[in-house]
Design a protein around this ligand. Sequence first.
Ligand code: FE2
Length: 260
Amino acid sequence: MKKIITCLTISASFLILFSCNDNNKLTEVVEVPLPTKEEKITIGSPDEVKAEPGSFGLLKLPFSYDALAPEIRSLTLETHYSKHYVSYTNNLNKEIVSTEFENMPIEDILKKLDLNNAKLRQNAGGYYNHTMYFNLLTPKEQTPQDTLAGSINKEFGSFNNLTNQFKGQATKQFGSGWVWLVVDKLGKLQVTTTENQDNPLMRNALVPGTPILGIDLWEHAYYLDYQNRKGSYIDAFYKHINWEKVNENYIEALKKVRKV
Ligand SMILES: [Fe+2]
C-alpha cells in the first residue's frame, strides 16, 4: 500500500509535490504552478461596481469589502457583490424591458410573476434577495432592540430560541436556498425557507409573508471561506446581522399587515 507522504519543495515558480512509497523512493512528481505576479488577486471597491442601465440599480454596499473579516472575507464579499448580485440585477433589467413589469416595484413583480417564467423568477428573486442580504450586514455585532426585541421575546420566548430556530433551519436546508424571518399575513414572526432564488413574497411560498431578514445559503456565499462547513458560515453571518435595520423592516411590514 502506498504510504501517503508528501514531500514539498518550493522552487522559484513551482510547488513540486513528491509522493513517496514505503521505502521512501520517489514514485511520482506533480508540478503545480504558483500564481505569477500578474495573477495576484486584486480586491476593488464596491463603489466602482455599477449595473448596466435599467429599471433597477444596485444597493450601495454600506461598508468596504474587508469590513466583515475575518468571518466573511473580502474575496467572498467582492465576488458575491460585484459578480453574482450584478448579474441578477442586469438579467432582471433585461427580462422586464417593454413588459408590464418594467416600472413596477420589485415586491409587486415577485407577487405577480408567473412561476413558469424561469428567467424572471430566478433573477427577480435573486435581485430582491441579494439587495436585502447586503443591506442587512454590518461590521459590528448587534442584538435586536426596541419593537422587534419585544415581539421576539413574546412570540419565540427569547432571542436565543429564535436564533436556534433560524440557525437550525439554515443548517437543515438542502441545496441552494434561503432561510427567512418573515412577518406573516397575521403580523406574526415566522422562520421559513425557500429554494433557489425564490422568496416568501412569491405565490408558491410555504409561509407567505414579508421578509425582514434572509440568509443566503448558496455555496457562492461561503465556499471560499468555509468550503463544506456551512455551519461556520451561518454563525459568521449571524454575527454580522444589522438588527437595527431588521427592526425597521419589521415596523414597515407590520404597517402593511394593518393596512390590509
Ligand atoms: Fe448569493
